[in-house]
Design a protein around this ligand. Structure first.
Ligand code: AMP
Length: 190
């Protein structure tokens, strides 16, 4: 069972590469951002709370995020057994620690963390373009600035966290999607 994390700043291509990995390796894709956007569009109670954070570019509180993730794992036991790609989770050190406990409880192990590394100027341009193409509500210039600041303060320390554990694999995410995926494939086939 292959469980991996796709990691990187907003706009680094996590979603695009996750879809390719799912198609190629048949893993179950868990995007916490997509789960939250689903709640927002269904106007659930959780969706209302999530929207108040997402629209400001802030992170959802860890305990809430962990409840959403645990519910998702409980709902799809057969798919989870094939292996999971975590896209957009963890985003804080406490989330990473909680994931470790969740894995231990469920007999799952982490294969590796694929870190998609892209220069910051390119990230902002990519997100602005995505906002224009998809109309994603949090892809606006003010929200992008907030999300980048949150990434630097709360999420990027995870790089070091996983490097220390020997689980971080740096991927140059500034190239074409095909080139990036070729690297990911050879990393995962090792
Ligand atoms: P994403 O689609 O991964 O870019 O996530 C969009 C937004 O959802 C983020 O800017 C956060 O507000 C929220 N979000 C997604 N994943 C998490 C997470 N693991 N922890 C906290 N908030 C999250």
């Amino acid at each position: 069972m292959l469980n991996i994390i796709v990691f990187g700043a907003p706009g680094c291509g996590k979603g695009t590469q996750s879809e390719r990995i799912v198609d190629h390796f048949g893993l179950h894709h868990i995007s916490t951002g997509q789960l939250l956007r689903g709640h927002i569009s269904r106007q659930t109670e959780l969706g209302k709370v999530a929207d108040s954070y997402i629209s400001k570019g802030q992170l959802i509180p860890d305990d809430l995020m962990l409840d959403v993730l645990a519910a998702e794992l409980d709902e799809h036991p057969a798919e989870i057994a094939k292996g999971v790609i975590f896209d957009g989770f963890p985003r804080t050190i406490p989330q990473a620690e909680a994931l470790e406990q969740l894995f231990a409880k469920r007999g799952m192990t982490l294969g590796c963390v694929l870190g998609l590394e892209v220069p910051e100027e390119d990230l902002v341009q990519r997100i602005i373009k995505r906002g224009q193409e998809t109309g994603r509500a949090d892809d606006t210039p003010e929200t992008i600035r907030a999300r980048m600041a949150v990434y630097h303060s709360q999420t990027s320390p995870l790089c070091e966290y996983y490097k220390q554990r020997g689980q971080y694999r740096a991927i140059d995410g500034s190239r074409t999607p095909d080139e990036i995926f070729a690297d990911i494939k050879s990393e995962l086939e090792k």
